[in-house]
Design a protein around this ligand. Structure first.
Ligand code: TRP
Length: 329
C-alpha cells in the first residue's frame, strides 16, 4: 500500500540546479517508492511572467523533463505531466476563484515579494491568481504531500485554506495537502548570495559537466578575510564550507578546525568539494545520455504521464461538479 499521493513540480524556465535538487528533487526521488508521485511541469504558471516570450517554453518543458529523468525519477513510478494539457486544472482554478478574494491574493507574501522583484506596478490577473492555479495543481489529484523549497510554503498553506473552504461550502471531497521542505531549506549561490537562482547567475546546474563544476567552484566566494594561504579561515561565512555541509557532510567535522587553523587551504578544500559534487552528478549524466540520444522517448513519457494525470483529474472533477451542484444532466 502506498502512503498517499505526492504532487509537486516546477515552472519550466530553464535548467534545474543544485538548489532545486536539495530543496525538492532529492525528496521526490527518495519518496517515489512509498508514495504515488505526480510531477507537474507548470508551463501555464511560467507564462504568468513569461507571456511575452512563449517561444522558450517548448525547449524548457523538454529540458525540465530531461532533468527529472536524469535525477532519477522513474517514469514507471512517477507521473510526469504538463500543466496546460490537463484542462481540468484550469477549470478547477476558475471554480476556486469564485470564493477567493482579491485582497487575500494581494497580501500573499510570495506574490508581494515576487511582484517587487519583477518591478510590477500593476500585475496581470494571471500573475495575481497563480496561487489559486497552484492550489488547483495540488488538489486536482488529491495530493496529500507536496515536497517543495521553503519559498513555496505560503502557497501550500493557501491551498490548504482553499480545500477547507471548498469542503465547508460544498461537500468534503478535497484533500488537505502538507508541505515537505528539503532539510537544507535554501542553498546559497556560488557568489555567496543567500539563494542559488538562475537570474543571479550563481548556479551549478544538474547538467554541468565536471569541468564546468570545477570552474564554478574554483571561482566561488570563500571567506573574504582569508586572502592568503596561511590566514585563518572562518567557515561560517564561507560558501564552500556551506556546500561541504550539504554535499560532503562526513567531512565537515574534520574540515572546520582545519580551516580555522589554516591547516587546509581553499584550493584543496575546493578540490574536495568538486569531487563530491561531480560524484553526485555523474549518475545523472549517465541517465541523461540515454534520453539525449532518444528525445522522442521524453515526449512519450510526458504524453503517457499526462494521460494518467487526466484520468485522475476527471475523477475529481466529477466529484467537484456534484459537490457544487453543477452536474446538471
Ligand atoms: N510555484 C512552483 C515554483 O515556482 C512550481 C509549481 C507549480 C508547483 N505548481 C506547483 C510546486 C504545485 C508545487 C506544487 O517552483
Amino acid at each position: 500500500m502506498k502512503k498517499g499521493r505526492i504532487l509537486t513540480g516546477d515552472r519550466p524556465t530553464g535548467k534545474l540546479h543544485l538548489g532545486h535538487y536539495v530543496g525538492s528533487l532529492e525528496n521526490r526521488v527518495r519518496l517515489q517508492d512509498e508514495y504515488d508521485p505526480f510531477i507537474i511541469i507548470a508551463d501555464v504558471q511560467a507564462l504568468t511572467t513569461n507571456f511575452e516570450k512563449p517561444e522558450a517554453l517548448k525547449r524548457d518543458v523538454h529540458q525540465v523533463a530531461e532533468d527529472y529523468l536524469a535525477v532519477g525519477l522513474d517514469p514507471e513510478k512517477a507521473t510526469i505531466f504538463v500543466q496546460s494539457l490537463v484542462p481540468e486544472i484550469a477549470e478547477l482554478t476558475i471554480f476556486y476563484s469564485m470564493f477567493i478574494t482579491v485582497n487575500v491574493l494581494r497580501h500573499n507574501p510570495t506574490i508581494k515579494t515576487e511582484a517587487k522583484q519583477y518591478g510590477y506596478q500593476d500585475m496581470t490577473y494571471g500573475f495575481l491568481g497563480y496561487p489559486v492555479s497552484q492550489a488547483a495543481d495540488i488538489t486536482f489529484c488529491k495530493a496529500n504531500l507536496v515536497p517543495v523549497g521553503a519559498d513555496q510554503v505560503p502557497h501550500i498553506e493557501f491551498a490548504r485554506k482553499i480545500v477547507r473552504r471548498f469542503n465547508e461550502l460544498y461537500k468534503p471531497v478535497l484533500v488537505e495537502p502538507e508541505a515537505l521542505v528539503g532539510e537544507v531549506g535554501r542553498l546559497v549561490g556560488t557568489d555567496g548570495n543567500a539563494k542559488m537562482s538562475k537570474s543571479l547567475g550563481n548556479c551549478i546546474y544538474l547538467c554541468d559537466e565536471p569541468k564546468e563544476v570545477e570552474q564554478k567552484i574554483c571561482a566561488a566566494i570563500t571567506d573574504p578575510a582569508r586572502m592568503r594561504r596561511d590566514d585563518l579561515g572562518h567557515p561560517d561565512v564561507c560558501t564552500v564550507y556551506a556546500y561541504h555541509k550539504v554535499f560532503n557532510p562526513g567531512f565537515v567535522e574534520e574540515l572546520r578546525p582545519q580551516c580555522e587553523t589554516a591547516g587546509i587551504g581553499c584550493v584543496d578544500c575546493k578540490k574536495r568539494l568538486t569531487a563530491e559534487i561531480n560524484a553526485l552528478l555523474e549518475p545523472m549524466h549517465e541517465r541523461r545520455a540515454k534520453y539525449v540520444a532518444k528525445p522522442k522517448l521524453v515526449d512519450e513519457i510526458l504524453i503517457a504521464g499526462t494521460e494518467r494525470a487526466r484520468a485522475a483529474a476527471r475523477e475529481t472533477m466529477a466529484q467537484v461538479r456534484e459537490a457544487m451542484q453543477i452536474d446538471y444532466f
